[in-house]
Design a protein around this ligand. Structure first.
Ligand code: ZN
Length: 344
């Protein structure tokens, strides 16, 4: 990216109400069959247009073709039974009804590659595509076959690598792996989680990112955050090993979060997507608030490695709110870009 402080979102954006029930996670589709396929692609174009209108530099599909960032990927794999559901505690935090792994897991064909090609055809801007990370995938399932979180994570890492290579060939510039589980299971992250992530990016020439956050602005997450105390130091547990890893970019949450910003020092040298938009509130940041968070981040991240973004996906927000937040993101980044140019 040649532009200084290129903006992007962490991933999901609200879906149009004709495609799925708005302001909800795991919202069921309103269309079926061919209508659904066309509807998803129309929504992808609308979402891209909204990002462009807001001045976002690195654009995405807004995850319009996904019902959920993990389960939609898993739906396309063999060995997972969606009828046979179990209730598990996701991220050690909230109960969810999830599918069961009942046999050898494999990816018979590509999952998002056709969608990525459609996005690629629509724009010459850099595009980012999000995939779930291996550890977050195993944490969103019930495993009745491998009987080992680590074993299943390695299987997913290999599958993700196949998908990522095809996304790269389709012209995706940045492939991002969403790993909110990295904020919870520190021993596993350091034992094999980061190694699995590196397996998922093996051989890729495009840029790679890992997104680690405190989740969507849903009640289970806001309740959990209340228990974390005045300073959220979770990143401290995984940053030292992430810094040593081959991942190019680390995407994290910052604005309105209690993460001590100096923890960014632990990953100095990496590119950092800094969340300057709070996704857990409807109140719209002012450009100056965005600029203020960026100024803080610049104390620990070199300007050419700073990528302003959102704390997490915005799927559960209303379209109007998400749209205004995107504009604030652009306007705030523009303030700092100007300051940096003036000071040079
Ligand atoms: Zn997130």
């Amino acid at each position: 990216m040649k532009k200084l402080l290129p903006t992007s979102t962490a991933g999901s954006l609200p879906k149009p109400s004709w495609l799925a029930q708005p302001e909800a996670l795991w919202s069921p589709w309103k269309l079926q069959g061919q209508e659904l396929i066309e509807g998803k692609h129309d929504a992808l174009r609308v979402s891209l247009h909204e990002q462009q209108q807001a001045g976002i530099d690195i654009v995405s599909d807004g995850e319009q073709t996904r019902q959920h960032f993990v389960t939609t990927f898993i739906e396309h794999l063999t060995g997972v039974d969606f009828e046979n559901r179990r209730t598990v505690k996701i991220r050690d935090r909230y109960d969810a009804s999830v599918p069961t792994v009942v046999g050898n897991v494999s990816r018979p064909k590509s999952i998002f590659v056709e969608d990525a090609k459609i996005l690629r055809q629509q724009t010459k801007q850099p595009i980012k595509w999000a995939l779930p990370g291996p550890m977050t995938m195993i944490d969103t399932l019930y495993d009745d076959y491998y009987q080992s979180r680590e074993k299943l994570a390695w299987v997913f890492a290999k599958i993700l690598n196949q998908e990522a290579k095809e996304l790269e060939a389709a012209g995706v510039d940045i492939i991002q792996f969403d790993e909110p589980a990295f904020n919870v299971f520190f021993d596993e992250v350091n034992d094999w989680g980061i190694a699995c992530l590196e397996r998922a990016i093996e051989g890729l020439k495009c840029e790679t990112a890992v997104h680690i956050c405190y989740g969507y602005g849903i009640k289970a997450n806001t309740d959990w955050k209340k228990t974390l105390g005045a300073k959220w130091r979770q990143y401290e547990e995984v940053f030292p090993n992430l810094k040593k890893s081959n991942i190019d970019i680390i995407s994290l949450e910052c604005h309105n979060s209690r993460v001590p910003i100096e923890l960014l020092e632990l990953i100095r040298g990496k590119k950092v997507m800094v969340g300057v938009i709070d996704v857990a509130t409807d109140s719209i940041e002012t450009p100056e608030e965005v600029a203020k968070t960026l100024r803080e981040a610049l104390k620990y991240v070199d300007a050419d490695k700073l990528y302003p973004g959102t704390n997490c996906g915005m799927a559960p927000l209303s379209r109007a709110v998400a749209g205004e937040k995107l504009k604030a993101l652009s306007a705030g980044a523009a303030i700092i870009r100007k300051e940096l140019l003036l000071s040079n």
